[in-house]
Write a protein that binds this ligand. Structure first.
Ligand SMILES: C[S@@+](CC[C@H](N)C(=O)[O-])C[C@H]1O[C@@H](n2cnc3c(N)ncnc32)[C@H](O)[C@@H]1O
Length: 255
């Protein structure tokens, strides 16, 4: 029964996501997705803010790509504690932030704001984007990805998938991101829907869960949570196929 299992980015969820997406990575594509998102952006000497950094795996990729320093922020204090344990690179620091509150940084503090699959949890995206614009230096870049949604209301299947995830979902559409970015005066706005890419990959991930990952999942998570996550992934493929869940990427520049 879904409602007997609580896993809001708890240990089981963190273990599961890393089994699928790699050590330190809590979102599809792992390190390669960061390289793709940052492709064409010169990170050398840059000060980067990662909003919704999780346990910091992607921040390690950002410094590998040349960032001078990365500040990872997240609302999950246990995740930030784990990030600090995992990452011992003095170019990377972490901070717990309060949800739905202004970012604890001065105006024009960062060259780049990065994010990956975290803003779906933020209710007031307009307030968040206002803060992103404020903390970016003039000419600074936003580059990232998020879980987005299709234009219609959620179906029963989508609501069941969100229930399985056990985490509050407040996704918006790629179109709405574009409108809000223009509203705040961002330039060079680029939006890419990656639904087709992840539809295919998620099915291969589900097949791996039934195959090569089955024993590892059983050992790491126990049979009950293994079956829970297999059902979670099965439903994810359903709502991805329907276009209700739509991962996407976005880039913009502060004028
Ligand atoms: C799917 S994980 C992605 C983590 C990381 N970006 C990655 O890809 O490995 C989503 C993250 O968003 C964080 N989060 C949830 N609500 C948030 C908020 N209001 N502001 C910032 N981060 C938030 C969660 O704690 C979690 O670490």
């Amino acid at each position: 029964m879904v409602d007997q299992i609580s896993h809001d980015y708890d240990t089981a969820m963190l273990d599961m996501l890393q089994i699928i997406w790699g050590e330190g990575c809590l979102s599809p594509g792992g390190p390669q997705a960061v390289r793709e998102i940052m492709g064409g952006i010169d990170l050398s000497g840059k000060r980067v803010l990662d909003i919704g950094c999780g346990i910091g795996g992607l921040d390690q990729v950002l410094v590998e790509l040349g960032a001078a320093n990365v500040m990872g922020v997240d609302v999950g204090a246990p995740l930030i504690a784990r990030a600090r344990q995992r990452v011992t690179d003095d170019r990377i620091s972490f901070k717990v932030i309060a949800p739905e509150k202004p970012l604890p940084f001065a105006d024009a503090s960062f060259d780049i704001v990065f994010t990956k699959d975290a803003w779906l949890h933020v209710i007031d995206k307009r307030a968040l984007l206002r803060e992103v614009h404020r903390v970016l230096k003039p000419g600074g870049r936003l580059a990232g990805g998020d879980w987005m949604k299709g234009p219609g209301p959620f179906s029963a299947d989508m609501l069941y998938f969100i229930e399985l995830e056990g985490i509050p979902y407040h996704p918006t559409t790629l179109t709405d991101y574009g409108l809000m970015l223009h509203e705040f005066g961002f330039e060079d706005v680029k939006l890419v829907d990656t639904n087709a890419w992840y539809c295919d990959l998620a099915k291969r991930e589900l097949a791996r869960m039934w195959g090569e990952l089955f024993d590892l999942m059983t050992q790491s998570l126990g049979a009950e949570m293994r079956d829970h996550f297999i059902e979670d992934w099965r439903m994810m493929t359903v709502v991805l196929d329907r276009g209700e869940l739509r991962p996407g990427r976005l880039w913009a520049r502060k004028s």
